[in-house]
Design a binder for this molecule. Structure first.
Ligand code: B12
Ligand code: SF4
Length: 470
């Protein structure tokens, strides 16, 4: 019997220096379903070569796809109307399924304005399996839990919540064999480095914290890969692809401290030394000198350190409850080991006052972070902060344009201070933080790829001179 042909595409163009990572979500689903069904799968990631929309449709048609699965962030969802319209014209019988962060955020609304048939929110493996069972059975998908589907009577939400995989060690390694990994080594990774032989690594799913701005893709229960599984997976990539670096993009890699030590110990047993980076951040107040030592010995060279706010009051408001003293101590210790530390800061939270903004500025400036980004809050649907903003500032919320955007370009004010004041503090934070001789010295000394420093000089001066010329 002819295998079921599944064409997966990650949507969105690569327009800025922002890194491009392998489409892990699609690769996990592909690896999972090919174990269970007679399928032929192709994966394309639009970002790698900025493949035009028409070319994606053409490739799906040439492949003669039975099912097309599209994955996207909200910022990349703008091409859905065009792509789905042309897919329907070229492959009228194919089932078009959409998933990924955008669908988890917009749920049934993600089917509005385009021609996709089904939307799968949250984790995809088990639901895609149920969908395939139903589709290749009698074709009736009305019993697939938690999905949204287009019917002749409109968009219908199937009851229930899409299920999570309980023991994620049962999942196969993501299907790196279905992408051209070398292509990713030639463009910026999330860690803002190139020419590293890296893979993106997702070693846990879910997070028990309750930050009000956070996505809920993987639920609020932490599910971890065991240290042994991580060791096996790393060995596999090293042997098969010659990988020497791991870009770990978990939401909360270091919450289970015992596991961190176990992983580091096993990494020490790998045949070759490897590099570890954490561009999506560690929970910094949960680090300790011992953990930092272990991670450094295991190869950590780059670590993002989300602060978000330096105000203890705002920490409570946003539900992050970061211990700021511990944050500062741990950043200092990490940086003292010459590990490049990158801070993420947000301004413009609901109820934020001038005094809160000043505290954030002070904490960021007194920290030993090497570099930092100072963003203004952008609420995404299906977060608590979105609901708050909807109650207090519905007009502002409606005006947010997510299309093709990134945080650096999104300027919103959901706080209690006037716009001029918020943006003044954002500029001042950029300036005061970066115009610091000791910081500049440490950037030059510790940046993991020194020869690439010149490519960042324009961005550095743009930030450091904020407000001086404009
Ligand atoms: C790596 C990453 C990136 C990469 C690109 C990722 C990509 N896939 O294209 C880069 C660095 C480019 C990036 C950029 C940005 N990112 Co980002 N990123 C991540 C991160 C840290 C990991 C993504 C990942 O690989 N996860 C692991 C895989 C396994 O999960 P997954 O892709 O979600 O897939 C699962 C499900 O979603 C589902 N699924 C996914 N696709 C499909 C498709 C089908 C058909 C089905 C059925 C199911 C399905 O099943 C998968 C397996 O269970 C996430 C945080 C997170 N925890 O996921 C944020 C995240 C995706 N990013 C986010 C944001 C906001 C951004 C930025 C705007 C931030 C910025 N810097 O300005 C920019 C966007 C820039 C732009 N214009 O494109 C948000 C997305 C919110 C939203 N509603 O879209 C997230 C969720 C983090 C957050 N802050 O809340 N990001
Ligand atoms: S700690 Fe990170 S992953 Fe967990 S809720 Fe907060 S922002 Fe989300």
């Amino acid at each position: 019997m002819r295998p079921l042909k599944i064409f997966f595409a990650g949507l969105g163009f690569r327009k800025s220096v922002l890194g491009t990572t392998p489409p892990l979500g699609l690769m996990y689903i592909a690896a999972y379903i090919r174990q269970k069904f007679n399928v032929e799968i192709r994966i394309i990631n639009q970002k790698v070569n900025n493949t035009p929309d028409d070319e994606i449709v053409k490739q799906a048609k040439e492949f003669r796809a039975d099912i097309v699965g599209l994955s996207m962030l909200t910022t990349n969802a703008y091409s859905l109307p065009y792509i789905t319209k042309n897919l329907k014209a070229s492959l009228p019988d194919a089932l078009i399924v959409i998933g990924g962060p955008h669908v988890s955020a917009f749920k049934e609304k993600s089917l509005e304005g385009n021609l996709a048939d089904v939307a799968v929110p949250y984790e995809g493996e088990l639901t895609f399996e149920s969908l395939l069972n139903a589709y290749s059975g009698n074709g009736d998908i009305s019993g697939v839990t938690g999905i949204f589907r287009r019917t002749k009577d409109g968009i219908v939400a199937n009851p229930g919540i899409t299920p999570f995989v309980e023991d994620i060690d049962t999942l196969p390694f993501p299907a790196y064999d279905l992408i051209d990994l070398h292509a990713y080594w030639k463009i910026n990774a999330m860690t803002a480095l190139t020419h590293k032989k890296y893979v993106s690594f997702f070693s846990s799913r879910g997070c028990p914290f309750k930050c009000i701005y956070c996505h809920r893709i993987f639920g609020d229960k932490l599910r971890i890969h065991s240290a042994q599984r991580i060791f096996e997976e790393m060995k596999f990539y090293m042997k098969k692809y010659g990988v020497n670096s791991f870009e770990i993009i978990d939401d909360i890699f270091n919450h289970d401290k015992k596991r961190v030590f176990e992983i580091c110990e096993l990494i020490g047993k790998l045949e070759n030394k490897v590099g570890l980076s954490f561009p999506n951040g560690l929970r910094v107040d949960e680090l300790s000198d011992n953990i930092i030592d272990a991670l450094t010995d295991a190869g950590m060279y780059y670590c993002s350190c989300p602060l978000e706010s330096g105000s203890p009051r705002i920490q409570k408001v946003i539900g992050k409850n970061l211990n700021i003293r511990r944050y500062l101590e741990n950043v200092e210790y990490t940086a003292s080991k010459k590990i490049f530390t990158y801070g993420f800061v947000m301004m413009g939270f609901p109820t934020e006052t001038e005094s809160d903004l000043k505290q954030t500025l002070d904490v960021a400036c007194q920290s030993k972070l090497h570099a930092a980004s100072f963003y203004t809050l952008t609420p995404f649907p299906n977060t608590k902060v979105y609901d708050i903003a909807m109650k207090n500032n519905p007009e502002k919320l409606k005006n947010i344009n997510y299309d093709d955007n990134e945080y650096s370009h999104m300027k919103h004010n959901f706080s209690d201070v006037p716009d001029e004041m918020l943006f003044y503090y954002q500029r001042k934070a950029n300036r005061d933080f970066h115009m610091n001789p000791s910081r500049i010295f440490r950037i030059l000394r510790d940046f993991p790829q020194r020869r690439r420093i010149p490519t960042y000089i324009p961005e550095f001066f743009k930030r450091a001179s904020k407000g001086v010329f404009s």
